[in-house]
Write a protein that binds this ligand. Sequence first.
Ligand SMILES: C[S@@+](CC[C@H](N)C(=O)[O-])C[C@H]1O[C@@H](n2cnc3c(N)ncnc32)[C@H](O)[C@@H]1O
Length: 296
Amino acid sequence: MAWQQATIATDSSVAEAFADALMDAGCLSAAIEDALAGTDAEQPIFGEPGEPVEQMWQQSKIIALFEEDCDLALIVAAAATACEIALPRYTVERVEEQDWVRLTQSQFEPIRISDRLWITPTWHEAPDENAINLELDPGLAFGTGSHPTTRLCLQWLDAHVTPGVSVLDYGCGSGILAIAAKKLGAGDVLGVDIDPQAVRASVDNAEQNRVDAAFCLPDATPAETFDVVVANILANPLRVLGDMLASHVKPGGRIVLSGILETQADELSAIYAQWFEMDEPVFDEGWTRLSGRRRG
Ligand SMILES: C[S@@+](CC[C@H](N)C(=O)[O-])C[C@H]1O[C@@H](n2cnc3c(N)ncnc32)[C@H](O)[C@@H]1O
């Protein structure tokens, strides 16, 4: 089996309506992408809760998939008529059936965090059997180890977790930081996430890694203090949650914050300096890790 795939240049102002019109006219899928992706003019779109962002690229293209034997030209023309726009420019290529599972899996290789810590997909052989290998597959919750914000936290945990320390992972996503802390020798470990799906994923991933860590929603967080609190969320929640996160760190304990853009580092560091002696920030691909020690 094969498909036809059209790459259609569209004005960003009509891209969404045109993609919908293509679906109505009979295409199988239509995804809007940055027409300049992969060039120096590529435009990342990301935002934070409460901060309005322009959600469309300057120039868009639609990647649309069609049945092998359908009249693609007729469908594109019908969509253009429905949107009252001129027929857009497009190219067509044939897409052969593939082993999609194998193709997807091949895109996730083991990730080396340090000489002794690796994140390895379950379908992959551990590159170093003697290392600490965290088995993790990409899923519905954030946190595979490939993102700089996660990597920065994993590197901190790798360097600082000592046997028996208690760890709170706030915004646990896939549970990657909580599970890594446990595998590095931590004692009591609790992961918390606002998203029930993330809590479920964390429980499953902890089981897959045969570690004993607890996970819960924010409302169920016990009023306990921990030796280490790690929170890879985003600058906005970290601003709001400062008081609460600080209240969970023992005197002399450590806080580790990630999900902060370089441009936001000074402001966030100043906020957390109310409770912590802050370390020098560490940067990775435009992201920042902040850490500090709780005053006694
Ligand atoms: C960037 S992901 C980090 C996941 C993982 N800890 C990592 O380092 O890869 C942020 C996670 O924080 C959660 N989150 C966002 N706001 C939160 C809040 N106010 N309370 C608890 N969790 C929150 C999200 O649901 C998401 O799973």
